[in-house]
Design a binder for this molecule. Structure first.
Ligand SMILES: [Zn+2]
Length: 192
């Protein structure tokens, strides 16, 4: 199986944020007065470098975006991966794709409601964290400022994209992965 390891500070190998290959990394600290805490990791597959500040990856942006949860439905995952690939160059394009992905994800889940807004309201009524609803309002997926899925918004930036990536993974984890885990545990119970 192909390895898929998110880049981590001073780790010997991970999936390169440039070429995506699982590759060894050569770490180099370059001392300078301006940025004393900057470290560079050179990918031994494509030989491009990623830049780290105080142990955090700052370039390229894609390396900061987590890989999608493995239980993410295929059509949602496709948009997620595509958004991840373009977020560096076009955060607005990435956000447009991600809003579409959120809509597709909720269409996939078994939640009552005629539209996204209603589904999210019902989800919160079921006990889902209200923070998710508030976050979705702040990134204009729902609410009176909402943007039509797939359309661009001039205010979108990489922070908006980061929130959308995070919400997608969180909802998949809570609504798909965890219920599946419980089912697997239940199967292990001795039958009477
Ligand atoms: Zn590489």
């Amino acid at each position: 199986m192909l390895k898929n390891i998110t880049p981590k500070f001073k780790e010997e190998s991970f999936n390169c944020p440039h070429c995506q290959e699982f590759a060894n990394q050569r770490w180099k600290q370059i001392y300078s007065q301006q940025d004393p805490d900057t470290t560079y990791a050179f990918c031994q597959s494509c030989f491009k470098c990623s830049i780290w500040e105080n142990g955090e990856l700052i370039y390229p942006k894609i390396g900061i975006i987590p890989i999608p949860n493995e239980d993410m439905p295929m059509d949602v995952k496709k948009d997620y991966e595509e958004a991840r690939l373009i977020v560096n160059d076009s955060p607005r394009g990435a956000c447009a794709l991600l809003r579409l992905a959120v809509k597709k994800l909720f269409d996939n889940l078994n939640i009552d409601g005629n539209n996204l807004e209603a589904k999210i309201t019902n989800l919160v009524k079921e006990g889902f964290p209200t923070e998710v609803q508030k976050a979705l309002e702040s990134v204009k997926v729902i609410g009176f400022q909402s943007i039509h899925p797939g359309e661009m918004d001039l205010d979108d930036d990489d922070n908006t994209a980061t929130v959308l990536f995070g919400i997608l993974n969180f909802v998949v984890e809570e609504k798909i992965s965890r219920p599946k885990e419980i089912k697997d545990i239940y199967k292990l119970l001795p039958k009477k």
